[in-house]
Design a protein around this ligand. Structure first.
Ligand SMILES: [Zn+2]
Length: 188
């Protein structure tokens, strides 16, 4: 498959500011100023997020109407509200765009997701974060701002602390490691 190198500074995000949008609607989209074929849709779909056992959003590759590859992020109503209220929350979408830009989904498909989970946990226990997560964070940092990306991670830690689920400790440790990485990261 031919992957065209898209210039990262040419991405832009459109997101609806409307309230009471029906489930299943496209609420936003990443586009690229030069690569008109590129599309990354943001769809409001509480049920898909729940079924994927994600708390806020999940991303998948799909085909658009003309059969071209596109990416889709399913988000739930709670996170849409956050995106619309506080700009720094949008860094989460830029992080996901980073994965797509870096081609992580194409290579990631070969490894079953429970395997990825194991590798991820092993990394955190060793005080490391998977390289592709750090690269997606750096991408978000360059395009949405370092301050915003760090604010996002800090707010996710706060939310997580209130949740008290079984993965809480590892998840928080990973986010602290990601913050430390970004603090030391110098974007050119
Ligand atoms: Zn990620």
């Amino acid at each position: 498959m031919l992957i065209m190198a898209r210039e990262e500074s040419k991405y832009y995000l459109c997101l609806s500011s409307e309230k009471n949008i029906p489930q299943g609607s496209i609420v936003g989209e990443f586009r690229h100023h030069e690569d008109k074929d590129f599309s990354f849709f943001i769809v409001l779909d509480d049920e898909t997020v729940k079924q994927a056992r994600h708390r806020e959003l999940c991303v998948t590759m799909a085909k658009n109407e003309s059969g071209k590859d596109c990416a889709v992020a399913y988000i739930n109503s709670a996170v849409l509200r956050k995106f619309q209220q506080r700009r720094f929350h949008l860094s989460a979408l830029w992080h996901e765009l980073g994965h797509i830009h870096n081609g992580d989904y194409e290579e990631g498909n070969a490894v079953p997701s429970n395997e990825i989970g194991k590798i991820r946990n092993q990394c955190i226990n060793e005080g490391k974060v998977m390289d592709k997560e750090l690269r997606a964070d750096e991408f978000a940092c360059r395009l949405a701002g370092k301050r915003n990306m760090i604010k996002l991670l800090e707010s996710l830690i706060q939310e997580r602390e209130q949740l008290n689920d079984k993965n809480q400790e590892l998840a928080i440790k990973e986010m602290r490691l990601r913050i430390a990485h970004l603090l030391a990261y110098k974007s050119k």
